[in-house]
Design a protein around this ligand. Structure first.
Ligand code: 13P
Ligand code: SF4
Length: 301
């Protein structure tokens, strides 16, 4: 049996389903039952009938799935795969802002620890942040942890007052205007599609800014045939699969999230065989952090 066949047969035997983010390796996306962006994956995790979910992504994704589905078994092929940005805010800062600003909403990007979610009013992803921030009755918005997404949303909601935090995604934040301009010079007919985790200097060059699913949708619907993609390179697998007639380019320094790439077929097989890599969250933390995630699902609907 090939490793893929072994995974498929164990999956059936264990009543398991495999979820994967667009940033994981192509061979992992290929065996996944559901592939998507952070919003889609958190939503679909609440709709599955299987008892076990193998979550091919980073820690906050498996944690969110467990928080929303406490009775399910969530297995992560690599428990060390973590998003550095998820830790780039703290509860003390939230408390300080709550004391300083009346009418404050703490809006927490889903790329965050359960501890941060517990202290927040609502979670968002890049696919629904604008809709949710607009729907909030609050005037003051403390947006954690991502400063780039915060600035991108704030520009579109000038009627609200934003307070920024200093977090960022190391993979997206290091993307440089200079490199994008030189890729644009090489491919003058290409449109630039960027993820809002990129710095403002990059977003200013973009024809479209959106989540990974947004980028996929835009590329499929556009009459343009060439695109410069400013997000993690894993998305190229689905872009090329859906659009075999179109060309996708990346900057010379290819944006790669090292944590997403630690997920391999071998690790998926191992957790299915052994049950290792299970996500456990303390009951009180789970109950408290669930509120901001559920509010996101409700407001994004
Ligand atoms: P989306 O999948 O929501 O676009 O987010 C990108 C990301 O960085 C996930 O870690
Ligand atoms: Fe975190 Fe960035 Fe990796 Fe996404 S791409 S998991 S935001 S480090």
């Amino acid at each position: 049996m090939t490793i893929t066949e072994e995974i498929q047969s164990l999956k059936k035997e264990k009543n398991a389903v495999i979820l994967a983010h667009y940033y994981v390796r192509p061979e992992v996306q290929e065996i996944a039952d559901y592939i998507g962006d952070s919003y889609y994956l958190s939503k679909i995790a609440t709709e599955l009938k299987e008892q076990t979910i193998v979550f091919c992504g980073v820690s906050f994704m498996g944690e969110s799935a467990k928080i929303l589905n406490p009775d399910k078994t969530i297995l992560m092929p690599d428990r060390e795969a973590d998003c550095p940005m998820a830790h780039m805010a703290d509860a003390a800062m939230i408390q300080e802002m709550r004391e300083k600003y009346q009418d404050l909403a703490v809006v927490c990007y889903i790329n965050s620890t359960a501890e941060l979610k517990r202290h927040s009013d609502v979670c968002v992803t890049s696919a629904n942040a604008l809709k949710i921030v607009k729907a909030l009755p609050n005037q003051n918005i403390f947006f954690i942890p991502d400063k780039n997404l915060a600035h991108f949303i704030a520009e579109q909601v000038p009627e609200k007052h934003f307070i920024y935090n200093d977090g960022y995604c190391p993979t997206h934040d290091r993307m440089q205007e200079k490199e994008i301009r030189s890729t644009m010079a090489e491919h003058p007919a290409a449109q630039v599609l960027a993820h809002p985790e990129c710095p403002a200097s990059v977003l200013d060059l973009a024809d479209y800014v959106g989540s990974t699913s947004g980028i996929l949708k835009y590329a499929a619907e556009s009459s343009c045939k060439e695109f410069i993609i400013c997000t993690e390179e894993g998305v190229a697998y689905e872009l090329r699969k859906r659009n075999p007639d179109k060309q996708f380019y990346f900057t010379e320094t290819i944006p790669i999230c090292p944590d997403m790439k630690t997920i391999t077929l071998e690790k998926i097989l191992r957790v299915l065989e052994s049950g290792d890599g299970e996500v456990h969250i303390d009951t009180q933390l789970r109950e408290q952090s669930k509120l901001s995630l559920e509010r996101m699902l409700e407001l994004a609907r």
